[in-house]
Design a binder for this molecule. Structure first.
Ligand code: ATP
Ligand code: MP5
Length: 512
């Protein structure tokens, strides 16, 4: 039978609720990544109140399924009735159904209770290859389709539902989804997770044209992770939840896909199990928690990866390394560096002034660093700038960098100032270490025009100071508010871009 539907493709009885009460009817996963455990997290993550009725108990983990225990269906019915006799259900998500008897019982309950919104994930085989639906139950599952609003098969499941070979391309998959929708009178979400390639498209398909168009595609990049256990369960329960709030399938799937993308992107952080681990359902709740150890600085460093790559590709850095750099460019760089260090010393002194009082070590460190900066500046004048003309004024790039640092110093947040200060230490240390290592392996010390300078570039005392500056930044991030941490990230990224520009400035401004 086909339900009556309104313009958005939903049944007229649909009650939209801010916090929908969503029932998952599914199997279990004691490691929490799939089945009802994943559904409950997914429903909560998407703003619903989750409930769960167990169809089958599955002894499984991230590596595979060990055994399945299906309780008597009479008990399944008792669980279902216990929920529906008491709670108004806004949406139902159906997952693993195990066998024909379970399907028949769920079907009978659906016919008796008529929930306003039903999403069916036709679970047949786990990612590990283990069967979660007896082959003899496939026909009963096909016959259940007209009772639901949305079915979310992966490509092999779509093929089984149609009794065809699995689609080999995305176009074939969408075409199969369209035929299933036309045959059964149901909306189909065709999922591209099982295809290969850089993108992971999904498509909502309704052959009756209830979505405005027959096919609505949702493009998203494929996240590189092996931790995709339970994505199908999580996706279907999230859609049931959001649809019960919005009543608009296209909007619901778009919103859920964005959430799922984040859950996949953060999956590797969980480190659950040795196989295909779970996705991070509640990743957005964890975003504001204080970072531990070097987590904060580690994330800052990886966020500026493109800037780091760009620095090593600059003609200035490459030519400084191989000795082919124009003397005029080198002179410009050294002179601007001396001017910069003078200003940077004042910024470090400001960090000393702002350092938290219970930790005098930080106050002393920044004050000492301000002094070291002035010593390095005078050393540059003594050993290098004697031969080169020293400009009286800051070049445009130096001025922009210094203005940025001074503006942050004036704002008075110690954490943000440290994040702004850090790239000068960290990027200089990295460039120094790499250029120095390359210089040493070349063995042309005498012939290299900047050899003497490169010799001093990778200084162990500077490496130690860099490690301390990183540790102080991590410690400031631990006590910072989420807003301050966001400002720290922005300050670190802005200073890193200034560093990139600083290395490129001689090419642009040395001849001016
Ligand atoms: N690596 C990935 N990057 C981005 N999205 C993905 C990735 N893998 C799967 N997805 C998305 O996850 C959802 C589930 O897709 P998939 O085709 O894997 O279903 P499934 O096989 O039922 O899931 P599972 O068996 O893992 O529970 C889809 O929205 C799909 O586009
Ligand atoms: C109870 C239950 N339901 C569904 C799946 C499918 O999830 P996956 O394909 O990611 O293993 C599962 N493993 N367990």
């Amino acid at each position: 039978m086909i339900h009556a539907v309104d313009d958005l493709g939903t049944r007229p009885g649909l009650r939209l609720r801010t916090t929908p009460r969503v029932l998952s009817i599914a199997g279990t996963d004691p490691t929490g990544g799939a089945g009802i455990q994943a559904d409950l997290k997914s429903i909560a993550a998407n703003g619903g109140y989750g409930m769960a009725v167990v169809t089958a108990l599955v002894a499984q983990n991230t590596r595979g399924v060990r055994s399945v225990h299906t309780p008597p269906v009479a008990f399944l019915r008792e669980q279902l009735d216990a929920v529906s006799d008491d709670v108004t259900i806004d949406a139902v998500k159906i997952g693993m159904l195990a066998d024909v008897d379970v399907i028949a019982e769920v079907r009978s309950w659906l016919e008796a209770t008529r929930p306003p919104l039903v999403v069916l994930d036709p679970v047949m085989v786990a990612t590990s290859g283990d069967r979660l639906l007896e082959p003899s139950a496939e026909q009963a599952l096909r016959e259940l389709l007209p009772l639901v609003d949305l079915v979310t098969p992966n490509l092999p499941e779509l093929a089984v539902l149609l009794q065809e070979e699995p689609a080999a391309t995305w176009a074939e998959a969408v075409e199969q989804g369209t035929r299933l929708s036309a045959a059964v009178g149901v909306i189909v979400l065709v999922k591209g997770g099982h295809l290969t390639g850089d993108s992971c498209p999904d498509a909502l398909v309704d052959a009756r044209g209830l979505l405005g168009e027959t096919v609505v595609e949702f493009a998203s990049p494929r996240v590189v992770t092996r931790h995709t256990h339970g994505t199908g369960c999580s996706l279907s329960s999230a859609i049931a939840t959001v649809q019960a709030r919005t009543g608009d399938w296209v909007r619901s799937v778009a919103q859920v896909k964005e959430w799922l993308q984040g859950a996949l992107l953060h999956a590797d952080e969980l480190e659950v199990g040795a196989g295909n681990g779970p996705i991070h359902h509640l990743h957005h709740l964890f975003a504001d928690r204080p970072p531990a150890g070097q987590e904060f600085s580690g994330s800052l460093w990886s966020e500026i990866e493109p800037i780091r790559t760009a620095i090593f590709e600059l003609p200035f850095v490459r030519r400084l390394g191989d000795g082919s750099l124009d003397a005029r460019d080198f002179g410009y760089y050294i002179a601007q560096d001396a001017l910069y260090l003078n200003a940077y010393s004042r910024v470090l002194a400001r960090a000393s002034a702002l350092a938290p009082t219970p930790t005098p070590a930080e106050q002393v460190f920044w004050a000492d660093s301000a002094g070291v900066c002035l010593k390095v500046e005078s050393e540059l004048h003594r050993s290098w700038l004697g031969e080169h003309a020293t400009p009286a004024a800051l070049g445009p790039v130096t001025k922009a960098y210094v203005d940025h640092l001074l503006a942050i110093s004036a704002q008075g947040s110690y954490g943000v100032l440290l994040a702004a200060i850090l790239p000068c230490y960290w990027l200089y240390a990295e460039v120094g270490e790499r250029l120095h290592a390359a210089f040493q392996t070349r063995g042309d010390a005498a012939a290299h025009p900047y050899g003497a300078w490169l010799e001093t570039y990778a200084d162990e005392a500077f490496a130690v100071a860099t490690r301390r500056a990183i540790a102080f930044t991590d410690s400031a991030a631990t006590t910072a508010s989420p807003q301050e941490r966001a400002a720290m990230r922005a300050a670190f990224a802005a200073s890193s871009r200034c560093e990139l520009d600083f290395f490129d400035a001689p090419r642009l401004h040395a001849g001016a």
